[in-house]
Design a protein around this ligand. Structure first.
Ligand code: T1G
Length: 693
């Protein structure tokens, strides 16, 4: 049964796509469209055609899953050409989202009607692609070159109202979309088809393209598709639609075959898989959460409180220290002022959120709370004290969560009589910005508590990744291996700024030394002090420990691995640190040498891959792609490389294994013994991507 149907209403033929959940243009849909447009064309009683979708949205684009398979006919550019060639006026009736190939199909239609709440966009760049079915040629003809470049280079969809103003949409409606579309189409029979391909592109100054190239050189350094988008739009200004279309297609196939697009497509699906938890059925109910309490009014506590308030929850911020509580409450209000200034919400939203915000110093006020998120000092004794108190005051069924970034969740749960209601909710700093929420499932955490945590993540606009309980969980446990290699490379002669430049050129959002200074070297130092299985190696994080013991905590003290001018966040190499490293290397008997860029990338990134493999072996993560999602959304790992384990699959696990085995010989088994899983995958030419999927 074709997912595309045709039904005539008077003189208007209505073509409906019904391909849940988001009406993607998979092969049966493409074939169905061609068949239905052929039928409407041949039907003498049809004077106009409406294209509409069933379900919650218009077409959300091409079927991305098909990109890893040989292409099937009819291909989308041919479907688009077929629609535009229709000799009777064609109206696209848009609701929900018209994205990518979906907007290209709508622009192949001669007119566009959109529901007021709909959005329209060409997000292909977020997948390392560019519109591949004439979008780069049609959009500039409708909205102008600059607006088209903005939309395609950002990938951000626009609201229907703005699309109307820009000329992308001809009419808006808030009513019954199908009825509105049929009556509008009846009126179009007279003017007849108006083909976008025949429209001229408003000429612009070449400076517009120079400016666009400058923008992408800063924001999308080394990425292929943004440059191809600019090139295609430049060709569109030459007015030869078919020449532009042919070039766009060449660029599209080039980008589709690129490792960058493979990485970005992997990330797209990986982020949608995290909510499927083996052993927890889709029917598992989620607990009702309206009231949330945050314990600890520090930076993280305030950020978490703000996130929960902007998501509509009632929030109580609790801190036993009066001054601390006042500082926390002020920080929350400051975040709201910032959000208002950036147009994130309207003043009345700010006021209604603050009405749901309460500050308290008394645990007794938590009797009615549905969820408590503890964000106090990273010290086990203090945390256990808090959990024991929560166990006394919180109602049965309340969820008791900890925001710890490394400590044992089961040990905290053991301080209560209800370990099944205890879970880790590890937010990343800044809590209101970072999209990742590491959800730590304890040995006794019940399934409905896990499901409730995943729902909470979605409501907060975050990606919840469920992981097991161990030191550092997934993210920080892997960070230890990555950071360890950085620290050893410093001792062996690589300057902090050299390591950071190589890893940022490779794609990391920030280098490990700049990240250490941002997070605070004191934070890492205290966490290492709490660690019970610290390696017996005097070189282990030696430089970071020394700097912390000297009070060089990083940005917050103006000095860390780097120096920071007053009020600046710009890291400046500090000769004092260089000398300290040299002296310590001499004291520890570590010879200094020239270190290649390749060695730095391999030791830091393969450190991640190796620890990722151990995490999978230990069952701390359900699937390899979850680990990729953690590092992309929590640690600035380049999205276009798809995460550490996807990267290993891209270059070949065998290559990684061989290099790790070499490192074991060179640097010893303590850090570089290849995990069994890595060896097995290498032997059978396997992929991490197949684990847990
Ligand atoms: N292809 C295949 N599957 C898709 C898909 C797509 N384009 N979009 C969504 N899905 C699946 C998704 O994996 C999930 O599956 C289910 O649909 C619901 O999605 C030639 C080259 C539309 C805003 O980039 O942004 O067109 O997990 O959980 O939160 O020029 O999906 O249930 O098994 O995200 O309500 C361009 C991608 C493609 C839009 C809905 N289009 N999609 O969000 O649901 S490239 C896009 C989205 C292209 C042409 C080019 C969102 C959404 P499962 P969901 P949602």
């Amino acid at each position: 049964m074709s997912p595309v149907s045709l039904k005539r209403h008077g003189t208007v033929s209505v073509i409906t796509i019904d391909n849940p959940p988001v009406n993607v243009l998979s092969q049966p849909v493409r074939q169905g469209l061609v068949d239905c447009f052929d039928a409407a064309e041949a039907d003498a009683a049809t004077e106009a055609v409406v294209l509409i979708c069933a379900g919650r949205t218009f077409i959300a684009g091409a079927d991305i899953r098909e990109f890893d398979r040989p292409p099937e006919e009819p291909q989308l550019p041919d479907v688009v050409a077929r629609i535009e060639a229709t000799t009777k006026p064609v109206l696209a009736a848009v609701h929900g989202t018209a994205l990518g190939g979906g907007l290209e199909v709508a622009m192949a239609c001669h007119y566009r009607l959109a529901h007021r709440m709909s959005t329209l966009g060409l997000p292909e760049v977020t997948l390392g692609l560019l519109p591949g079915a004439t979008g780069t040629q049609r959009l500039p003809r409708l909205v102008g070159v600059e607006r088209a470049l903005d939309m395609m280079l950002s990938g951000e969809p626009v609201a229907a109202g703005a699309a109307m103003e820009a000329g992308l949409v001809d009419k808006l409606t808030g009513e019954d979309l199908l009825a509105e579309a049929i009556s509008y189409a009846e009126k179009l029979a007279k003017p007849g088809p108006r083909r976008v391909r025949d429209l001229a592109v408003e000429p612009v100054d070449a400076a517009v393209f120079d400016a666009a190239r400058k923008r992408i050189s800063q924001k999308a350094r080394g990425l292929l598709s943004p440059e191809r988008i600019i090139r295609s739009v430049e060709l569109a200004t030459r007015g030869d639609f078919d020449a532009g279309r042919a070039a766009e297609r060449r660029f599209f196939l080039e980008c589709k075959a690129s490792a960058q697009s493979q990485g970005l497509r992997h990330a797209f699906f990986a982020e949608r898989k995290t909510a499927t938890i083996p052993g927890i059925g889709k029917e598992t109910p989620s607990r009702k959460i309206e009231n949330i309490a945050v314990i600890g009014a520090g930076t993280m506590g305030a950020g978490i409180a703000y996130s929960c308030l902007t998501a509509g929850f009632t929030v109580q911020l609790l801190d036993k220290d009066e001054a601390g509580l006042a500082r926390g409450a002020t920080a929350v209000r400051k975040l709201f002022d910032g959000g208002l200034a950036r147009g994130k919400f309207a003043r009345q939203d700010l006021e209604s959120s603050l009405q749901r915000f309460h500050a308290s110093r008394d645990f007794a006020d938590l009797g009615g709370t549905d969820l408590v998120i503890e964000a106090v000092f990273e010290n086990m004794a203090i945390k256990k004290e808090v959990f024991a108190r929560l166990d006394e005051v919180c109602k049965q069924g309340a969820i008791l969560a900890t925001n710890t970034s490394t400590l044992d969740v089961d040990e905290m749960a053991s301080a209560t009589s209800r370990p099944k209601d205890v879970i880790g909710l590890h937010f990343f700093s800044p809590a209101h910005v970072m999209r990742l929420l590491e959800i730590v499932r304890g040995a006794e955490t019940s399934g409905d508590v896990v499901v409730t945590a995943l729902d909470l993540a979605k409501k907060l606009g975050k990606i919840g990744v469920v992981v097991g309980n161990c030191f550092g969980f997934v993210g920080n446990r892997m960070l230890y291996s990555y950071g360890r290699e950085n620290q050893l490379l410093l001792l062996e002669g690589a300057a902090p700024e050299y390591i950071d430049r190589i890893l940022t050129d490779w794609g990391m959002a920030m280098g490990p030394n700049a990240v250490g200074d941002l997070a605070g070297l004191d934070v890492g130092y205290k966490a290492r002090q709490e660690r019970r299985d610290r390696p017996d190696d005097p070189r282990f994080y030696r430089i970071a420990d020394l700097l912390a013991e000297l009070g060089r905590f990083g940005q917050k003290t103006g000095k860390g691995m780097y120096r920071y001018e007053q009020g600046s966040r710009e890291p400046v190499p500090d000769p004092e640190v260089q000398a300290l490293i040299r002296d310590e290397a001499r004291r520890l008997g570590v010879p200094q040498r020239e270190i290649s860029e390749t060695e730095i990338v391999e030791r830091c990134i393969y450190g991640l891959v190796t620890e990722g493999a151990r995490i999978l072996e230990d069952g701390i993560s359900h699937r390899a792609s979850d680990i990729d999602v953690v590092w992309i959304n929590g640690y600035g790992f380049p999205r276009h490389r798809g995460g550490p384990l996807n990267f290993a699959d891209t270059i070949g696990v065998k290559k990684v294994y061989r290099t790790v085995a070499e490192f074991e010989k060179r640097f010893g088994p303590e850090y570089w013994t290849p995990p069994q899983l890595l060896r097995k995958l290498a032997e059978k030419n396997g992929r991490f991507g197949d684990i847990g999927n």
